[in-house]
Structures are given as C-alpha cells and as structure tokens.
Design a binder for this molecule. Structure first.
Ligand code: PEP
Ligand code: MG
Length: 328
C-alpha cells in the first residue's frame, strides 16, 4: 500500500467533486522540510519554533539569538521554494517546560505559557519577531501566535509586530510589509469569542491538541486520563464546526493543525464540516490525501450534518466509522 501511496505525491489534493484541499506539514526543525516535500506538502502549516529553544533535557532553556533564529527560519523558507511557511511564535510552558522555577507551578497548562510568556518578555519576543520578519524577505511567511484568549493580547501582539517592523526599517532590513498574522484557536474562550479574532487577524488555525485538553479538562500528557481524550466528543465536534463556519462567514482562512488533521479516519468528517486546509505530521500527508481524493462533498455534507446532530459519543463514533466505508 505504501508504494501506491508514494505515487500520490504529485497528485493535486482535490475531492471527486473538484474541490481543492490544502495539505500542509507540521515541522519542528527546518530540516523536516525535506520530509514534508517528499510527502507532497504544498506548504508548512505549523513550524513549532520552540524546538529551536529546547536543550538536551527537552526543556526550553536555550535562547537562540536573532541571527541563529533568522538562519533557521530562512532555511525552512528556502527549502520550501516559494510554498508558504507558517511560523508559530514561541509556544512554551505546560508540556514544553521552560526549565525555570516558574514552570513548575501547580497548573502549568493554565499558567504563563506561550503568548502570555512572550508578552511578559517583550525583548525576547521582539528578537523572534525580527528573525521571522527577516525570513519573510526570502519567500512567503505567515506568523502564527499560540494561546491567544483576550483581545488585548492580540492587540499587544500586533503592536509588538509593528515595533519589530519599525526596528527593521531603521536597520535597513528587508521583510514582507504585508506579512499575514494569524492565531492558534486552542482554548474554548477563543472559539466562543471568535469575532475578537476574525476582526483583527488574517487567518486562524485550530489547535485540537490543546482544544481537547481545555474543553474536556484533561491533561494531554497525563496517561491516567488519556482514556478520556476523545476528538469525537460532541462538544469538540461543535467547537470545530462552529469555528470553521464562523471563519468562513467572516471571510478568514481557517486550518486545523492539531493531531486530528492528520488522522485519515477523520478526514471526511472535517471535509464535510467545510475544512479546506489541513496541517499534519509529514508521515500522514499521503494517507490523508488518499481520503481527500476518494471523497465527494455533495455526498459528505448531508451525512456530516446528521453526525453533528448526534449527541452520544458512541453514536458519533459509529457514524464517523461508517463515513469511512462509503464508496463515493
Ligand atoms: C495543538 O495544540 O493542537 C497544536 C497544534 O499545538 P501543540 O501540539 O504544539 O500544542
Ligand atoms: Mg497547542
């Protein structure tokens, strides 16, 4: 089956009814772009920049300077040869510990993580923003910001991006003046308050790993509650379909970059909800493409609407399973 899949590498991801679907890769290091391209990625949907900051212990303890970060981002942009590269700003804390005493608070997932940390350390954040902006002179780059919840956090972030741009102009550095800025939507409050995001930003990306953690109140790295981690909980399906619908209505591109996007058993469900952009581990790209190629949206849509009306996890699981079996 693997051999047949590799043949799909250059096949455009289009549904039977002719709808194009973007299949992008999640990466941790610039060199991962090779695997992304080998599996036919049409861009990078999530570059987890925090991996550049991690030491051998797996803690975020190494602070690369502007030049080192710039070289890493530029390398990814260059390797992708004109395809878009979405770089997420530092997402540390919780499951990616900072390696300082404050990272051992009782509830790190609810603590000063991700954008909260960056807004508290604006000098560190500006270094990263300048490095990302400078890389945007070498190909299409998008800036993605994790864990935003409040409008003032979005506004502070946008103000810091403007400040980084001013600093670069003063230093005669080139960058994309119109760089697109988007938010990870990964907290229920962001979904229930989505207009705060769609009115300020260029795109959104749903982080289902954290969204499931925060919606179902289960630590995503705690094996004792792993049995409760279910992307097919009706609350999660509501969140996903609500977000995709609201983003469409606002005219803002929306993608999913959590693990859900790379699960071929969920591809048809997401397509039926209206999702047209998936970002995943490179190893999943061709499996998901195969699902896209064999799906007909005209048939899928009403079926997925019926699934969204179901309220029992078991019934949803069965219906999603049956969706897979349909020959379209
Ligand atoms: C997510 O939360 O779904 C996500 C894509 O980001 P991370 O897994 O890095 O938290
Ligand atoms: Mg996340």
């Amino acid at each position: 089956a693997r051999k047949k899949l590799t043949k799909l590498k250059r096949t455009p991801a289009v549904t039977i009814d002719g709808t194009p679907v973007a299949l992008l890769a999640n990466i941790e290091f610039p060199d991962d772009c090779t695997a992304a391209l080998e599996n036919g990625a049409t861009g990078i949907g999530l570059f987890r920049s925090e991996f550049l900051f991690m030491g051998r212990s797996g803690n975020v303890s190494r602070i690369p300077g502007e030049e080192e970060q710039f070289e890493a981002y530029k390398k990814a942009v260059t390797l992708m040869k004109g395809r878009p590269v979405t770089i997420r700003t530092l997402d540390i804390g919780a499951d990616k510990p900072i390696g300082t005493p404050e990272s051992s608070t009782l509830n790190p997932a609810l603590g000063r993580r991700a954008i909260r940390y960056c807004l508290a350390e604006p000098e560190l954040f500006l270094v990263q923003l300048r490095a990302i902006l400078r890389a945007s002179a070498f190909g299409p780059v998008k800036l993605l910001v994790p864990m935003l919840v409040h409008a003032f956090e979005i506004d502070q972030t946008l103000a810091l991006i403007e400040q980084a741009k001013t600093q670069l102009r003063e230093a005669n550095r080139k960058f994309d003046e119109n760089i697109k800025v988007g938010a990870m939507v990964e907290v229920p409050a962001a979904i229930l308050g989505l207009p705060m995001f769609t009115s300020r930003l260029d795109f959104i990306s749903i982080g289902t790993n954290d969204l499931i953690q925060y919606t179902l109140a289960i630590d995503r790295v705690d094996p004792e509650v792993a049995y409760l981690y279910n992307p097919l909980h009706p609350a999660i399906l509501s969140m996903l379909s609500m977000t995709i619908w609201a983003a469409d209505k606002a005219g803002i591109p929306v993608s999913v970059c959590g693990e859900v996007a790379g699960d071929p058993h969920l591809t048809r469900l997401l397509l039926g909800m209206g999702l047209r952009e998936f970002s995943m581990h490179p190893a999943q790209l061709l499996n998901v493409k195969q699902e896209v190629l064999s799906s007909d949206l005209k048939i899928l849509k009403p079926k997925v609407e019926n699934i969204l009306a179901l309220v029992e996890e078991e019934a949803i699981e069965k219906a999603v399973h049956d969706l897979q079996l349909d020959d379209m």
